[in-house]
Design a protein around this ligand. Structure first.
Ligand code: GAR
Length: 201
């Protein structure tokens, strides 16, 4: 199995996923880091890790469809089996999602369906919830919506600032995402409606 990670920014999840491939936790080939942002630090991390990179910038295309068409062609030419969104801050169109049905995973830094969108950690913190967390889910045609693979909660402490909470959410992400990718790449996830069953083979 070959997979691509999509990232738009820092790429700390990419780094954790790459480490999990290299230590054998994930038994699939990390074949590509794709970014829609030439300035993404994730690109630098991938180069340092020896992972091939691709940059395509949407505003250099006439429309979102032609951008995604080029991306799909590249992914199919390189025999990418599945896609892992890790801080990819752009909504995939239904066209793209239909090209990889049940084969796109996303991580979101809150307990979905609460605090969807770009600022999950901050939105939960400022709302004043006592518990937040991390969700890993399959991508469908609606934002932050598809069937949930793994979800883990995190208590917000009295002394937490947004910064300390961000650190703890990211630490949890870096543990949880490799687990979910390992389960998927070993064929242990079965989607039934909104539920994802973890099967032991
Ligand atoms: C992560 O916290 C991820 O959950 C979040 O972006 C961050 C990327 O960090 N994704 C979303 O909010 C998607 N809606 P990273 O670039 O260091 O991996």
């Amino acid at each position: 199995m070959k997979f691509a990670v999509f990232a738009s920014g820092n790429g700390s999840n990419f780094q954790a996923i790459d480490a999990a491939v290299k230590n054998g936790q994930i038994k699939a080939e990390l074949a590509l880091l794709f970014s829609n942002n030439r300035k993404a630090y994730a690109l630098q991390r991938a180069q340092d890790a020896g992972v091939p990179t691709l940059e395509l910038v949407p505003k250099e295309y006439a429309n979102p469809q032609s951008f995604e068409r080029d991306l799909v062609i590249y992914l199919k030419e390189h025999a990418i089996d599945f896609i892992v969104l890790a801080g990819y801050m752009r909504i995939l169109t239904p066209y793209f999602v239909r090209e990889f049905p049940g084969k796109i995973l996303n991580i979101h830094p809150s307990l979905l369906p609460s605090f969807k969108g770009m600022n999950g950690i901050k939105d939960a913190f400022t709302y004043g919830v006592k518990t937040t967390g991390v969700t890993i889910h399959f991508v469908d045609e609606k934002m932050d919506h598809g069937p949930i693979i793994l979800q883990e909660s995190l208590a917000i402490r009295e002394e937490d600032t947004l910064e300390t909470l961000e650190v703890r959410v990211h630490e949890l992400e870096h543990q949880l995402y490799p687990q979910a990718i390992a389960l998927f790449s070993e064929g242990k996830l079965k989607i039934k409606g909104r539920k994802v069953h973890i099967i032991s083979l």
